[in-house]
Ligand binder design. Structure first.
Ligand code: GLC
Ligand code: CA
Length: 539
């Protein structure tokens, strides 16, 4: 691919779930002005891009992923003027904004769907997908993917809730409306987009095809031509159906589709094959090494990786691969940051990750209110699942866990708001806060700050070749990054044990680590969750 440098090759993205980030007007709901007031904090962290999850008009059946008007801002979050101010103020700080595009479905309250469901010959009817009969396609939120509309004597397709009817991308008028809307946001000054469940848009429901439909890449190339071409935008597609085989189709530069995708193989490692995300299996470090190195090598000359541990749909990483309880929380959160940020790609930090926020582990099922979580609880209890076992799976995997309010300080509502937040705070909100992290030179925050800055200054981190080391080591995930003038070693002990790692360190020095006093010899003795970056650069 040559070495075409793009701005996102040295950027770090910070993902904001606005509803839970910061409330400026005391209604318990995070908002745009709340984000604006925290821009200096984000600048201090060093990130250069913010990805905002949807802030459009929405009845919020699915956290804003059910859009009823693509052109307006949800009044709970503010106004278009607030949004313009956000673009302006962040650009003054050198921070770009990317928006979330939800193109697979709309809300059932969207004008198109309201029209579409009036009659079979309404001009908007064909913007959605209808059938005289239902098939056995299942919704990702449980139950049938078909909903019956009696007066039409037809079913419509919804891969998510029944309030999220799927759009019919085969209709060229629909596609043109979508491109027009994307261009509206580009003209507002956004720097790119995250494209929600984009690998579903080529669906062929009557052939049972959800992801990776035959027209998917044609649609993306058409979108590129109509919207992205020549504008230097960063685009990232959410693709649960991505494999290392089909991933280059999206992000190989000559394909003219997207800058990169989010693939989820490292996320699915605690799932029993063929099961749902709630059917858990033990995590295995060898699986993690295998998946990451496959993606690092697979897209080496063939596209570009996104690097993430967390997002608004996922539980907290320190509660999964780390140790979220007590002393080792800080060390393990730093280790996970070092592992991820040492790789090639664009790293994403999800709000609260930089202070090591944990899963809330709420004590009973009633605390969990996300639509996906509620549906699965209902379905599994009806099937006779053991409620205790179910609660454990929900604590570990529910989307709610990433959506508890941001913990700014230890005041009554965590500095998120001065009134009761829309959703429960995590019980540990008094002990894990931004305020505390900023005061402590040795906090997780400063590890993230170091790593974000290193990506800007270190070419090896950006473009160096990746090689996995000692695949068979039971505790250590280690790899090497090599460029023409430097070799970096990233060595991470994933477990709460002491272990050795053999390496000729005679020409190496420590660039960063999560412990003090490292003694280098040809056998590095690693303490619990110890992580070290070594370099052979002299100066
Ligand atoms: C994506 C979003 C998720 C949403 C779903 C349907 O996976 O990240 O939050 O529920 O798409 O839009
Ligand atoms: Ca508010």
């Amino acid at each position: 691919m040559g070495d075409i440098q793009k701005w996102w090759h040295s950027s770090v993205v910070y993902q904001i779930y606005p509803k839970s980030f910061n409330d400026s007007n005391s209604d318990g709901i995070g908002d745009i002005q709340g984000i604006i007031s925290k821009l200096p904090y984000l600048k201090y962290l060093g990130i250069d891009v913010i990805w905002l999850t949807p802030i459009y008009q929405s009845p919020e059946i699915d956290g804003g992923y059910d859009i009823s008007d693509y052109y307006s801002i949800n009044p709970k979050y503010g106004t278009m003027t607030d949004f313009e101010e956000l673009i302006q103020k962040s650009s003054e700080l050198g921070i770009k904004i990317i928006m979330d595009l939800v193109l697979n479905h709309t809300s059932d309250l969207h004008r198109w769907f309201q029209e579409a469901s009036k009659s079979r010959d309404n001009p908007y009817h064909d913007y959605y997908i209808w059938s005289d009969e239902s098939t056995n396609l299942q919704s990702n939120f449980t139950g049938s993917a078909w909903e019956y509309v009696p007066h039409l004597e037809q079913f419509y397709l919804h891969f998510y809730s029944k309030e999220q009817p799927d759009l019919n991308w085969e209709n060229p008028n629909l596609r043109n409306e979508i491109y027009k809307m994307i261009n509206f946001w580009i003209s507002k000054g956004v720097a790119g987009f995250r494209l929600d469940v984009i690998d579903l848009i080529g669906k062929k429901p009557f052939e049972g095809i959800k992801e990776n439909g035959p027209q998917l890449h044609n649609y993306l190339q058409e979108m590129y031509t109509h919207c992205f071409k020549g504008k230097n935008l960063m685009t990232v597609g959410e693709t649960w159906g991505a494999t290392i085989e089909n991933a280059p189709l999206y992000s190989r530069p000559d394909r003219n589709e997207l800058s990169m995708i989010f693939q989820f193989e490292q996320i699915n490692l605690d799932k029993i094959p063929g099961g749902q995300r709630w059917d858990l299996k033990e995590l295995d470090l060898q699986d993690l090494k295998q998946v990451f190195s496959k993606w690092q090598l697979g897209l080496e000359n063939n596209g570009w990786n996104s690097l993430f541990w967390n997002n608004h749909d996922l539980p907290r990483i320190v509660s999964r691969w780390g140790n979220d309880n007590g002393y080792y929380r800080t060390l393990s959160a730093k280790m996970l940051a070092i592992l991820l940020h040492g790789m090639k790609g664009t790293p994403y930090i999800y709000q609260g990750e930089e202070i090591g926020m944990t899963n809330p582990n709420f004590p009973s099922l009633e605390y969990y209110s996300d639509i996906e979580t509620k549906n699965i609880i209902e379905e599994r209890l009806a099937k006779g699942d053991d409620p205790k076992k179910l609660l454990r799976a929900i604590q570990l995997k529910a989307r709610d866990s990433g959506r508890t309010p941001m913990q700014w300080d230890d005041t009554k509502f965590a500095g998120f708001s001065d009134t009761e937040p829309w959703t429960q705070l995590s019980p540990n909100f008094e002990s894990i806060t931004v305020k505390q992290a900023l005061k402590d030179n040795d906090s997780i925050f400063y590890t993230y700050q170091f790593l974000v800055n290193l990506r800007k200054t270190n070419g090896t981190l950006r473009l160096g070749k990746f090689e996995l080391l000692e695949f068979d080591h039971p505790h250590v995930f280690a790899y090497r990054r090599t460029s023409h003038n430097e070799t970096l070693y990233i060595i991470c002990n994933f477990h709460q044990v002491e272990t050795d790692f053999s390496l000729d360190t005679s020409n190496l020095k420590v660039l960063y680590s999560n412990y003090q006093d490292i003694q280098l010899s040809n056998k590095i003795g690693l303490r619990p969750y110890e992580a070290i970056i070594l370099t052979d650069k002299k100066e």
